[in-house]
Design a protein around this ligand. Sequence first.
Ligand code: NDP
Length: 329
Amino acid sequence: SKVLVTGASGFIAIWIVKYLLQNGFSVRGTVRSIEKGKHLQELFKEYRSQFEYIVVGDMAVDGAFDEAVKGVDVIEHTASPFHFHAEDPDDIIKPAIQGTTNILESALNYGLVHNVLKRSFKTNIHKKSTSLKRVVVLASTACIIEPILEGQKVFSEKDWNRFSLKEIEEKGRGATAAHKYRASKTLAEKAAWNFMKINADKISWDLVTIQPPFVWGPPLQAISSLNSLNTSLVDFYNTITGKMEASPAHIGNWVDVRDVAEAHVKVLTTEEAGGERFIICACEVLRHHLAPFSWQDVLDAVHSGPSEEIFSTVPRGVPGSGKTHFIMF
Ligand code: NDP
C-alpha cells in the first residue's frame, strides 16, 4: 500500500515515515522545500524504491495537495504549525484548519484511481471509486484536555477542549500562545470530522485521529541551529542544559515519538480503528516513568540512569520534589 504523509520533514512525521517503510509500506512525503526532501531521501536511502517526496508549498492554498493525493491508499496528515509565537490567533488557526480541509478536499476530488461513479448496492448512493481507504489526522490531547479542569477530571476520547476556544473568542490576540495553538488543533480536528459528516454520501474512506500529549524522543529532522529545534523538544533541551529552571509543578503528559509512529502503522492494519479518536500516552500503569511529569522529574530521571560523564552537567534541581505534584491522567 502507498501512504501519503504530509509534513514529512517534521519531528514526528519522520519517525512515522521510518516505521511505515520498515513495515513494508511505500511512502510519499510532502515537504516544503527540495532541501528537506533531499534530507529525507538521504535518511531513507536503503528504502529508495519505497520512498518518494513531493514539494507542497503552502498547504493553506486551495488545491495544494491535488497532485500529492493521486493514487495513494492512505493519507496520514501531520502537517500543522506547532509554535507558541502567534500574535494574531488566525496566524496559527487558519493554516491548521485550511491544511486539514485542503487535504480532505483534494482526497475527495483527485485521490482517485478511476474517476468514475460507482453505485453502492448497500446504500444505493453513488460514490466515487477510489483506492483511498483511510485518512489519519495527527491531532493532539490539546483538542481534548481543558487546562482549567486538569486534576479535577479524567479526560477521554469523548471530550473536547472548549476552554481554549472560549479564550480565543473572548480574548483574541490577548489569549495565551498555548491557547492559540490548542485552539488551532481543536478547530482543525473538528473541521476534519465535520468534513466527513457533510460529505458522507460521497466518501468511501474513513477517518482516524491520533491524539498525543507532549511528544519526546530523538530528532531525525535536519536541525541547522538550536533555534530550529521542534517546539516539544525546546523546553526539554532547556531544562537539561539548565537554561530553564526545572519546576516541580505538574506540566502534563508525554509519549515517546516512536510510540506515536507505531500507532500510525497500527491504525493502518486495524480495520475497526475507523471513525475513532485515539489518545496515545505514556502511562504509569504500564510502568513508564514520568507519566505524567514535571520538569523536576525529568532531571531526576536523567540522574537515576547510569552516571555517565555527559550527565554530570545536567542540573539536579530539588530531587524528588516533583512527585508530590503528580495528577493522574
Ligand atoms: P514539527 O514542527 O517538527 O512539524 C510540523 C510539520 O508541519 C513540519 O513538517 C512543517 O513543515 C509542517 N508545517 C507547519 N506549518 C505548515 C504550513 N503552513 N504549510 C505546510 N506545512 C506546514 O512538529 P511536530 O512533529 O512536533 O508536530 C507534528 C504534528 O503533531 C503537528 O500537527 C502537531 O500539532 C502534532 N502534535 C505534536 C506534539 C508534540 O509534542 N510534538 C503533541 C501533539 C500533537 P516544515 O518542516 O517545512 O517546517
